[in-house]
Design a protein around this ligand. Structure first.
Ligand code: ZN
Length: 393
């Protein structure tokens, strides 16, 4: 039974569909988003969720799932740590450290939400948990997904736990080390010659005969990402002013936006924090569009980058991301490869072994703090999206 509290909506053309609409896009090809038909309920803090991950402590804000459909591996409930001193000054020793500490106490705060403490080592578990629960609920037994990174591992893990046979399409060039995790979860790897975009096309073609469990398009993937906002609100209340994201497909950015919007609509907050999409100069379809005042991502030629987790040349929800940035009063910006590696190393020296992609968002914080867009009283939250251990060995 569909949950009557929700509808599927195209945020770009405004078309709406019932929650059980079989397609995940509007006639114009925009991915759909699950939105409330009514005012969201009052925020009731985390509720008991015995035997399930902390994400389900906010299930009154999620669609109802049939009894026994929820697939949980312990997702959600990640902590945040204050990394302001390291983020502002870099980690130095000797005389510089005192000056950094002084600057840190007077400037914007940088809080890192440690999303790599998730069952498969990345934030994608939030979306995989809700998407695969929905798939189990409606009786899906076979599916395809395309990703050689965090999303592939997350979807493989939850499909494995749900007893769903999943084919994960990956570029033939993807490194063997990254694919070990997917195979351990029991998914079948389909190696596709050519570019990352060729891989998506192959998955789409295969999906015509089965079910497309796309982390970039499926509305029930996005809905799990909203819990990032609920957890921040439960812990920090109205203190968060800015949310920064290393942005490729933008699922966490959009999830956080809709999660915070629920809290505004329920009367708890005056406004959504400002959202900032941070991209690498090597692949910046959204930041380019933002700089030119456009409503659609700009077609770009992507170059090799250390931030491979966000090297998405044509984000399917690109127009929706630009809309969310605008509605929140934030924006998009790029950082260079050197800045990314510097941010990555800073995190490592702070004891936080995150994937290199995360260096992007630390670099973004430094940019915004340096040019004054993050004021002295700002409290910014960055996600440490994935574990550095995935790239080790
Ligand atoms: Zn549309």
């Amino acid at each position: 039974m569909p949950d009557q509290r929700f509808k599927l909506e195209c945020r770009i053309c405004g078309t709406t569909f019932p929650d059980d609409h079989p397609k995940h896009e509007c006639p114009e090809g925009h991915p759909l988003t699950l939105t409330w038909r009514q005012e969201p309920p009052r925020f009731a803090g985390p509720q008991a969720a015995p035997g399930k991950g902390a994400l389900w402590a906010y299930d009154y804000y999620l669609p109802d799932f049939a009894p026994g459909a929820v697939v949980s591996l312990g997702e959600g409930g990640t902590p945040w740590v204050d990394i302001t001193a390291a983020a502002i000054g870099g980690v130095k020793s000797g005389a510089g450290a005192g000056a950094d500490a002084a600057a840190a106490s007077n400037g914007p705060k940088c809080l890192a939400k440690v999303e790599f403490l998730a069952p498969t080592g990345s934030f994608k578990d939030r979306g995989a948990a809700t998407m695969v629960s929905r798939m189990k609920e409606i009786g899906i037994s076979q599916a395809v997904e395309d990703s050689s990174g965090n999303a592939g591992a997350a979807v493989a893990a939850y499909c494995g736990a749900a007893g769903i046979q999943c084919d994960i399409f990956v570029p033939a060039s993807a490194s063997a080390g990254k694919l070990v995790q997917v195979e351990r979860y029991g998914s079948h790897l389909v190696r596709v010659p050519g570019s990352r975009e060729d891989t998506t096309q192959a998955a789409l073609a295969a999906a015509a005969g089965t079910y497309y469990a796309s982390h970039n398009r499926h509305p029930y993937f996005l809905v799990g990402m909203k819990t990032y906002a609920y957890e921040l609100y439960a812990s920090l209340g109205d203190k968060v002013t800015d949310l920064l994201f290393p942005t490729g497909g933008g699922s966490l950015l959009l999830g956080a936006f809709y999660g915070y919007r629920d809290l505004v609509d329920a009367g708890h907050l005056a406004r959504v924090p400002r959202l900032w999409a941070i991209q690498t100069q090597s692949c910046a379809p959204l930041a380019e569009a933002w700089a030119r005042g456009l409503n659609e991502p700009v077609p770009i030629e992507k170059r090799p980058t250390a931030a491979e987790g966000i090297a998405v040349a044509a984000p399917p929800r690109g127009a929706e991301i630009l809309l969310a940035l605008r509605e929140s009063g934030g924006g998009a910006l790029t950082v260079g490869e050197e800045e990314i590696m510097d941010g990555y190393r800073t995190l490592g020296r702070s004891g936080l072994y995150a994937e290199t992609t995360t260096g992007t968002v630390l670099a973004g914080f430094r940019r915004l703090a340096a040019d004054g867009r993050l004021g002295r009283d700002a409290v910014a939250v960055i996600p440490l999206t994935g574990s550095g251990l995935k790239a080790s060995g």
